[in-house]
Structure formats: structure tokens, C-alpha cells
Design a protein around this ligand. Structure first.
Ligand code: FAD
Length: 364
């Protein structure tokens, strides 16, 4: 059995980790276009649904928590500092389980260290995949080709494989997003909602904080001075983003319209390549992790690839929709923002946690 994984992002790496354990006879090849697997994107939150999957594939949540930090206190407030929702960590964990926030590089490191028999080609850009499983790539050393029984296309939002066989392009959201890591310690995951703009601060361990901000264009993303007077943000965070962020990524947010089906011939899309979503629930990578497990389970069961899609599509698209609704809420302005700020505190904790559980609780 020959499995070729295109893309060494979180979905592709998780797929390799799972395949090494579940497919002992398989030859696994991972092709990554960059010359080093270095994640783009500062910090990340892994919700219980993703932690449960990684745990099943031999990566305990304690190890990930040690690489970052367990998410304890968390809340959403207005830009004026009025709490809209602040759920007690104990209650949240009791309902959905533990979440972890960490630097992406630490997560990638944990995944890479699990790989012992995946043949990884760095600097190998996949140019073409045929539905019969032929994969063609080029690298500075020349060109290569492989014939796979299954091609797991985890090549992200701007997937070459998807463009080639599905022709579906990402849809820009008209929202600029900044992500940065700052050497300012924070205690609490806070997301502050303004009028068509948000800022989040997430402790990721080691005295560092992952900061993200989204604002409707035009905004060059250079800094978040516009949030200087937002009281819920930890002192020094806004300044550090402008002056001393160790990393800074600015991009326009985009998501994918529905891609149908996710599999064609011997090729299966997973992760952002299949269902890139807006990041307002922090679930994109978590869903890619769920995909990786489902795909590998399907291959191990010797079932057709459509079994993978049957298991995953409904849930991933539900989270995709929920992410879009969350973006409308977070990025509201004018009368909608005023209505939001009045109504969100009225939602009972029980209802809020039930909604969170639908998206982020572990699946059996
Ligand atoms: C602001 C923001 C915040 C987010 N926060 C969270 C969060 O807290 N939690 C969460 O779960 N998700 C979050 N996400 C979503 C998450 O970042 C993505 O869903 C996830 O990184 C996608 O992983 P992937 O492996 O599918 O794709 P990618 O990470 O895009 O990886 C694709 C890989 O394929 C490689 N590649 C591409 N084309 C080729 C080719 N032709 N040949 C070879 N290699 C190729 C790329 O170099 C890359 O390494 C966030 C997203 C954004 C924008």
C-alpha cells in the first residue's frame, strides 16, 4: 500500500502520524514544497475534539499542554471591557474537556518527532496529481514521480490538487487579519469585540502571548494602535504587537465554498484543502486533525475513500457554517453590534456550553 501525502501542514503531518500507526504495511511519502517544515501562523488553540484524536494516535494532551499551556480562564468582552461571556474553566472542562494553546512551531515539532518511517521530501512542490494516483513534483534537484494507492491532498487553502481537479477557489472575506507572538505574559484568553474589529490575546506558555486581530479593510495590519484603549487587553500587549512582536503575519481572511465531493479516483482532500473556514471558532486545524484520523481509519478498514467523506463531511460543514456565523457576530458593527452586545450576555451558560460542545467536544 502506497500513501502519498501532499503538504506538511497540521493536517498532512497528523495524517502521517496516524498512518504510521494504523497502516504498518504502508509505504508513506510526504511531499512538502518548502525546504523546512516551519508553520505559518504564530499560536494555535487545540480544542478537546482535536486533543482526543491526537491522544488516540499516541500524543497525550499532557505533552501538548507542557509544550504550551492549558487554557483555563477565557472570556469575550466588548472593546470597552464589559464582559459579554466569561465561562468558568471548571465548568467548561467538565462539559467539553481540556483545551491547549501553544506556539504552532511547538505543535509541528511534537508531530514531526513522532514520524519514524515517513519518507519526507522537503522542497518538493507537487505540480500535478492524476486521479489514478500518479503524483508529479519538482524540486531544486530535479523532478520526481510516484504512483500511490491513495493521495492525501493536504496542501492547504490554495491547494494545487484541488485547483487541478475541482477548480474551486478561496473566497476572500474582506477582513485583514494580523497574528503575532509577543513576549508579554498574560493570564487569560480574552477576545475583545469592537465595531467590525476584534483583538484576541492567548497565553501560550513560557511568558509569551499569541495575539490576533481582525479588521475590515482598509487596514495595513502593521499594528493594533486602534485597540490601545481597550481595557481588557493586558498592559503592554498592544505596544508589543507594534514594536516587538517576534513574528507577525498579515493576510486577508478567506474561506472555501463547498467542495464536492472530497474524493475523486485515488485522491482525497483533507484539512484546509477540503474545507478552509473562517478562523473565528479556532477550529480549522482541529477539523484537519479529525479528517486525518477519518481518512486513515477508512484506508485501514480497506473501505472505499467515499467512506471517509461520509464520516466527515456533515460535521466539517457544520463547523464551517458555525465559523461563518461566529465571524458575523464577532465582526458586527452598527446596530448589529449593539444588539449583539445586549443579547450575548443573556444567553444562559448552559446553552452557550451546549453550542460549544457541538463544535469542540471530543467525538467518539
Ligand atoms: C488567524 C487564524 C487563526 C487560526 N487559529 C486557529 C486555531 O486556534 N485553532 C485551529 O484549529 N485552527 C486555527 N486556524 C486555522 C488553521 O490555521 C488552518 O485550518 C490549518 O493550519 C490548516 O492546516 P492544513 O494542514 O490543512 O493546511 P496548511 O497549514 O496550509 O498546510 C498546507 C501545506 O501544504 C504545503 N503545500 C501547498 N501546496 C503544495 C504543493 N503544491 N506541493 C507540496 N506542498 C504544498 C504548504 O507549504 C503547507 O506546508 C486559524 C487560521 C487563521 C487564519
Amino acid at each position: 500500500m502506497e500513501l502519498v501525502i501532499v503538504g506538511g501542514g497540521i493536517a498532512g503531518l497528523t495524517c502521517a502520524v496516524a498512518a504510521e500507526r494504523a497502516l504498518p504495511e504502508a509505504r508513506i511519502t510526504l511531499l512538502e514544497q518548502t525546504v523546512a517544515i516551519t508553520p505559518v501562523g504564530a499560536g494555535i488553540v487545540l480544542w478537546p475534539n482535536a486533543l482526543a484524536v491526537l491522544d488516540r494516535w499516541g500524543i497525550p494532551r499532557e505533552e501538548l499542554a507542557a509544550a504550551g499551556t492549558r487554557m483555563t480562564r477565557a472570556g469575550v468582552c466588548t472593546s470597552r471591557g464589559r464582559w459579554l461571556r466569561r465561562v468558568d474553566a471548571g465548568r467548561r472542562e467538565q462539559r467539553i474537556g481540556q483545551s491547549v494553546a501553544l506556539h504552532r512551531a511547538r505543535l509541528v515539532d511534537v508531530l514531526l518527532r513522532r514520524l519514524t518511517r515517513t519518507e519526507t521530501h522537503l522542497g518538493a512542490k507537487v505540480d500535478r496529481v492524476d486521479l489514478d494516483g500518479s503524483v508529479h513534483w519538482s524540486s531544486p534537484e530535479g523532478e520526481g514521480a510516484l504512483r500511490a494507492d491513495v493521495v492525501a491532498a493536504a496542501d492547504g487553502l490554495r491547494s494545487t490538487v484541488r485547483r487541478q481537479h475541482w477548480g474551486v477557489a478561496p473566497r476572500p472575506a474582506g477582513v485583514i487579519c494580523l497574528r503575532a507572538v509577543v513576549d508579554v505574559p498574560t493570564e487569560e484568553f480574552v477576545e475583545a469585540w469592537g465595531r467590525g474589529e476584534i483583538v484576541g490575546q492567548v497565553p501560550i506558555g513560557g511568558g509569551r502571548t499569541y495575539v490576533y486581530a481582525a479588521r475590515r479593510a482598509p487596514w495595513d495590519g502593521a499594528g493594533i494602535e486602534w485597540a490601545r484603549s481597550w481595557p481588557a487587553l493586558t498592559l503592554g500587549v498592544v505596544e508589543a504587537v507594534g514594536a516587538a512582536a517576534t513574528e507577525r503575519i498579515v493576510a486577508e481572511l478567506a474561506s472555501l465554498p463547498a467542495v464536492k465531493p472530497w474524493t475523486r479516483g485515488r485522491v482525497a482532500l483533507l484539512g484546509d484543502a477540503a474545507h478552509a473556514m473562517l478562523p473565528f471558532l479556532g477550529q480549522g486545524a482541529c477539523q484537519g486533525i479529525e479528517d486525518a484520523e477519518a481518512l486513515v481509519d477508512t484506508i485501514a478498514a480497506g473501505a472505499g475513500l467515499h467512506g471517509y467523506e461520509a464520516r466527515r463531511r456533515g460535521r466539517a460543514m457544520m463547523v464551517h457554517r458555525a465559523s461563518r456565523h461566529a465571524s458575523q457576530l464577532a465582526m458586527a458593527h452598527g446596530v448589529r453590534a449593539r444588539a449583539r452586545d445586549a443579547l450575548v450576555p443573556l444567553i444562559p451558560d448552559r446553552a452557550f456550553l451546549a453550542q460549544l460542545a457541538r463544535v469542540a467536544a471530543p467525538r467518539a
